[in-house]
Design a protein around this ligand. Structure first.
Ligand code: HEC
Length: 162
């Protein structure tokens, strides 16, 4: 409760000081600043995806199996995946000098990009359903499809760095 109240208070403080919503045109962020912030925001979502995938990948590599964690993290991935196309359609950063590994083809072929996000969401949902059954072998058997959901998109839409 206290934590929630604190978050609310600091959000209100940001509102009042204009960090969240600049009060005047002068304070409006520049297009370059908006692009940089958009790149950071989408990268945060990918960091969250990785955060949720790492414990599952660990189990696939022999760490103790925990069905509840596997299911929960996969559900988190399924919830985050639909945000990916939204984040990219919200801000086309192609013309800006932002730090990014996103390829231009994302905005040239948004349908295909969205389909990859959809495929990840479905793979994560399937994985979570299998994990809910509690069977280690079956769950880990579904891991390849889940991890593939990340790699299939990176192959086509991200700078090749792995
Ligand atoms: C629909 C396409 C797509 C899917 C699906 C996808 N990614 Fe990515 N990922 C990208 C793109 C594009 C970038 C580059 C973003 C940027 O630099 O602006 C990226 C970047 C990343 C990064 C680097 C983030 C940073 O710190 O800058 C990580 C980590 C990552 N993805 C992990 C994952 C994991 C884990 C999954 C699966 C659970 C996943 N991604 C699924 C497209 C995707």
């Amino acid at each position: 409760m206290i934590k929630k109240a604190l978050v609310l208070v600091s959000a209100l403080a940001m509102l009042v000081s204009g960090t969240l919503f600049p009060a005047s045109a002068q304070d409006e962020p520049t297009p370059a600043q908006i692009a940089a912030a958009a790149a950071e925001t989408r990268q945060s979502v990918f960091k969250l995806l990785l955060f949720n995938l790492v414990p599952i990948a660990g189990m696939a590599r022999g760490a103790p199996f925990d069905a509840a964690v596997a299911e929960k993290n996969a559900r988190n991935i399924a919830a985050l995946a639909p945000m990916i196309p939204d984040l990219f359609s919200a801000a086309d950063t192609r013309d800006f000098d932002v730090e990014t590994e996103a390829l231009d083809v994302i905005w040239e072929n948004p349908t295909e990009f969205a389909a990859k996000a959809q495929a990840l969401m479905e793979a994560a949902g399937t994985f979570a359903d299998v994990a809910a059954g509690g069977d280690r072998a079956a769950t880990l058997g579904a891991f390849r499809a889940l991890g593939g959901g990340c790699g299939n998109c990176h192959d086509d839409f991200r700078v090749d760095n792995d």
